[in-house]
Design a protein. Structure first.
Lengths: 385, 385
């Protein structure tokens, strides 16, 4: 039965995408290995390596889709073909897998692909397709007009369905439990590296498959000026700012809290109150059809501006999140997207004074008719250990 | 004095690159944040996140260079501007830093950049520039001809100078020591996750700043067929294949060995001998001017083919390596690059029979007049624990 549901979901997404393509006059789509492919086919994108890897055919690693054909995967023999074959088993909506061997010249492979696509007049490609691939495709299809597939896919991925919501709630639950386990293990003298390592271990122990981005632990000492803004081992009076997230079933979390070691000084308490109030105001306003991304950012910003600390809230209020840690829409002044039911955003106001203060909070929150519904429920009171 | 040397290195590289640009009729270059920027300016590229992140202005994060101006960094305010400012301190060859604020429209930012570059006739861009950025630059500079910067930079990065060699030797030393520490900690019942976690910890303890790619530990059980090809906890008779690498001062290692738990069976010994001989034959032949990448691949392949196991050596012999884990040239049949003194490659023949056998070895080896000089010296005999 699980399989039936999954088939319906992916086939439905592919059908909706094809309808969008037709509406926009896009004959074919070429998407690189990315969260888009997971969304459209169920084949999970492997995590990026920390430094660039480059296997033969990597520039074409992805899939194409026309009205008649696809999704057809295009995969380098080395490091990808076994993986995609395994992931495709039982996924009948995947039309074919084309393997690029180490003997295949990229130009020949690209020519043959364009021909299979029927040499489209208008071809939409991934937002992050490498320039190398775009140059290659242009060379073999000089008459084809290329455009960005982003606008076709973003509105679909932005709204999370029931199953996606269930998975992201579970990613939140893993995040809460792992954080709770980490706090129990905090000791004086631990460094940011020690704590980050413990977080990453606890995330996996609690069911995650890895981290969604590099774990950040910032320890402001009792006297941050003395440390020249550098991270120092945990000591009485330290303020520890956490920023981390997990991958679970191909979806991610992104979470933040600020922890005081001992009683915080009154100024920190005031900053903390302002940040939590800004977050709370924003979360309450996350109703479908009632607010834009820019307006939501403004609401939170007004709280911190109102206390005179606006200059220390130096970044957007948050970002869309789902398969990737940053997905459009973004909660900032240039984004006029109206919030819709099912969209998920981080809500993460902060007050940062370089070398002195770092107070932050972050939760992934879903837009619902009753206002925002956070996927993490860890206490937002002062966390004192 | 260290600073003087560093200045000379980067200024020299920039000068050589400008000469190449002039020769090729390239007026300007736009490179994204990558190993290229580290190579040309000393500003280290931060490790990629496991899932996609996307901050405002990220598509333009990089630097440009013309004959008159640059390197000029272009950096998103959020998450990048503080980092690049810090890294630029004392690096006088960096001309300027332009910050993209969250209020800046990408089209305006791109227009202004192209104007500063003097609206080049021919602009070379990074091999991996996002399609989004390329579309954006084309829109604001419709008369400009775009090409791939790869061919200009690859030949420079491929040959490692003395200081790069010293750093990569040190990365090799860290790798050897960490592996030695890991082997001492191997216990029956450990899983691939436990071992990978220990490797990553030991790499940092021994001086690395992180891993260069995802640590791979494959445990073939005494009866691999029984496990259906899945990784199983270490047991008597297990064969453990390691593949991992470290980042040290912005350069990487990539290393592999195969370890037997208890006495290996005779067939494994024969596979192991063949793989080691293939590697040894290739390493001896790594003399400047005497062999191409394709020929070197063939030499190693012949050894394994000669024993009748050619079908189980399913990938290229190796790849260039330096700032990134995979850099051109590549040791395979499509690459006719003649090996030059100072080039560094992995040499990594293997025999893999899915669900049954995995025997591998991998070292980073530099081309010298006396043949290949490996940066790792860990024993290549049977490793029996």
């Amino acid at each position: 039965m699980g399989v039936t549901v999954e088939m319906t979901v992916y086939e439905d997404r592919l059908q909706r995408l094809r309808a969008r393509m037709e509406r926009e006059g896009v004959d074919a789509m070429y998407l690189v290995m990315s969260g888009d492919l997971q969304y459209l086919t169920g084949v999970k994108r492997p995590p990026h390596n920390p430094t660039d890897d480059d296997k033969h055919g990597d520039e074409l690693y992805g899939m194409y889709l026309t009205q008649e054909r696809g999704p057809v995967f295009v995969v380098p023999r080395m490091g990808a073909s076994d993986y995609v074959s395994e992931q495709s088993e039982g996924r009948d909506w995947i039309d074919d897998i084309i393997v690029i061997d180490e003997e295949d010249h990229p130009e020949d492979a690209a020519s043959s692909l364009l021909e299979r696509m029927g040499t489209p007049n208008r071809l939409a490609v991934s937002d992050r397709m490498w320039a190398r691939a775009l140059f290659l495709l242009r060379r073999v299809a000089p008459e084809t007009c290329f455009c960005n597939a982003r606008d076709l896919i973003v509105p679909m991925r932005a709204v999370k369905d029931e199953e996606e919501t269930r998975i992201m709630q579970e990613a939140g639950r893993i995040t809460d439990s792992a954080f709770s386990a980490v706090l129990k293990r905090l000791r004086l003298g631990m460094t940011d590296y020690d704590i980050a390592r413990e977080i990453e271990h606890q995330l996996v122990l609690h069911g995650g498959s890895g981290v969604s981005f590099h774990t950040t632990v910032q320890i402001c000492g009792a006297d941050p000026a003395a440390a020249g803004g550098e991270s120092v081992p945990v000591q009485p009076g330290s303020v520890i700012a956490f920023d981390f997230g997990v991958v679970y079933e191909g979806y991610v979390s992104d979470f933040g809290r600020t922890v005081f070691v001992g009683e915080p000084d009154q100024k920190f308490v005031e900053y903390h109150d302002a940040v939590m109030e800004a977050q709370s105001v924003a979360i309450s306003a996350m109703r479908p059809g009632e607010v834009t991304a820019a307006e939501l950012d403004r609401k939170a910003r007004d709280v911190i501006d109102g206390r005179g600390w606006g200059d220390f809230f130096t970044h957007r209020l948050g970002h869309g999140i789902g398969i990737d840690v940053h997905e459009p829409p973004f909660l900032y002044q240039l984004d006029d997207t109206v919030l819709q039911e099912g969209m998920c955003f981080t809500v993460e106001p902060s007050i940062r004074i370089p070398g002195a203060v770092c107070v932050r909070v972050e939760d992934v929150v879903q837009v619902t008719p009753d206002g925002g519904s956070p996927f993490t429920s860890f206490s937002r009171d002062y966390l004192i250990i």
